[in-house]
Design a protein around this ligand. Structure first.
Ligand SMILES: Cc1ncc(COP(=O)(O)O)c(C=O)c1O
Length: 422
């Protein structure tokens, strides 16, 4: 196809998106230089259908840990389609049993039982239902700026009112306290508290890693008060932070852990809520407490098993840790070179956030980075933070390419008058 024809297809797709999907989203993406129509996708790379190449540092917030269209996972899914379909949620299946067993094996401590779902919000909904059902208490403490999904219980746990206000009243019994603040959690605990729920690194909130002291303190508080600890590892799981699961950095084991995104290989949706054996007392007496027609489908389980096998066999989390360190060297130089623009870098493995001086810089950086061949977007609950979450097998020369694009982008923003320009 000629480049004119491809340009025309792209224009039509963008216009149809604006007319039939979401005009406001189309406008925001255009302003951020992300009015891209993805064509070919491979490893760390994406090509716009007109041929422009990008390194993907968005990756649906950590859904592509094994890379874009990882050939081994694509092959596993293709082979599975020869023999399987979604299977039935109500039925026992070899694939469900095998993935649940594997998850019990690779998740920390005594996490054992698995409830499958389709997406992250659903996994968190079940975690909250389980906490309430098991403890017979109602209240859930989560954190300011937390993101846990847009479904019912999860939405109530989100720490950003803008997402919730149009739908008030929310499910009652939820309170948010500042992140990394143990005293605030202590003060919020009541005799009705069922669970404390955190992301080990706040993702949409602006990439804030939980401190070791906070994680350990939460565990102690939960043990002392018979409260359940829920870790949402939906962004942080599957090698993103340099370990298979982020909580492994501190040795703190939650009572319930939720996973989604990269378990799917970004090829077939699947999520899971994994919990300690003791909590199964509730599920035993409420066997149909959570139903999800397509949750834990046979195809999804086969993909999930292939993802875990790929990550472990190729030591992908270890590679992510090394590449994260390589990024850090560049960030350290930027902090000295652009002190009026970049005030802090927060990072755990390849979960990286660049804290800029104000909210306008996030969209402007997205725009500049796109011009320089990098797809990246600011965090959902904190636009002053540029989030970088490339695929985990990003190569050293690609890391250097992203650093060079960041350098050029920040230089351009300074040339335009820096933060004063807006
Ligand atoms: C930490 C976290 N929890 C939950 C979710 C919700 O997942 P989903 O969009 O699959 O419902 C997300 C999605 O970005 C997330 O980042």
């Amino acid at each position: 196809m000629s480049s004119n024809e491809l340009e025309a297809i792209k224009k039509q797709a963008l216009a149809d998106f604006a007319s039939f999907v979401n005009p406001q989203k189309a406008r925001v993406l255009k302003n951020a230089g992300l009015d891209i129509i993805e064509g070919k996708r491979e490893g760390a790379l994406v090509w716009d259908i007109t041929g422009k190449k990008y390194i993907d540092c968005i990756t649906s917030a950590g859904s592509f840990n094994v890379g874009r269209r990882n050939p081994e996972i694509v092959e596993a899914l293709k082979n599975a389609l020869d023999d399987y379909d979604l299977g039935g949620f109500l039925m026992c299946s070899r694939q469900k049993a095998a993935l649940a067993k594997k998850l019990a094996e690779i998740t920390p401590g005594d996490l054992q039982y698995v409830m499958f779902g389709c997406g992250g919000g659903e996994a968190n909904d079940f975690a909250i239902k389980l906490a309430r059902g098991f403890t017979l208490n109602t209240d859930i403490i989560s954190t300011v700026k937390a993101y846990h999904g847009h479904t019912g219980f999860s939405l109530a746990a989100i720490g950003r009112d803008e997402y919730k206000k149009p739908f008030f009243p929310m499910v009652p019994g939820f309170a948010q306290v500042p992140f990394n603040d143990l005293e605030a959690v202590k003060a919020a605990i009541t005799d009705k508290t069922a669970a404390i729920m955190i992301e080990p690194v706040q993702g949409e909130g602006g990439i804030f890693p939980a401190t070791e002291e906070y994680m350990k303190g939460l565990r102690e508080l939960c043990d002392e008060n018979d409260i359940l600890l829920i870790f949402d590892e939906i962004q942080t799981g599957f090698g993103r932070t340099g370990k298979m699961f982020c909580c492994e950095h501190t040795g703190v084991v939650p009572d319930i852990m939720t996973i989604a995104k990269s378990l799917s290989g970004a090829l077939y949706p699947i999520s899971a809520t994994i919990y300690r054996e003791e909590l199964n007392d509730f599920v035993m007496t409420h066997a149909f407490t959570h139903l999800s027609t397509f949750g834990g489908s046979d195809l999804g389980c086969i993909v999930g098993l292939a993802v875990i096998d790929y990550l472990t066999r190729n030591k992908v989390p270890e590679h992510a840790a090394l590449m994260g360190d390589r990024f850090q060297q560049g960030f350290d130089a930027f902090l000295k070179k652009y002190p009026d623009l970049l005030i802090e870098v927060r990072r755990k493995g390849l979960m990286m956030g660049l804290q800029y001086t104000n909210d306008s810089i996030g969209p402007r950086m997205s725009f500049q980075l796109a011009q320089n061949g990098v797809m990246a977007i600011y965090t959902g609950n904190e636009p002053s933070v540029m989030r970088l979450m490339p695929v985990l097998e990003i190569q050293p020369d690609q890391v250097d390419f992203v650093l060079d694009a960041l350098d050029k982008s920040m230089a351009e923003i300074m040339k335009q008058g820096g933060i004063e320009a807006y």
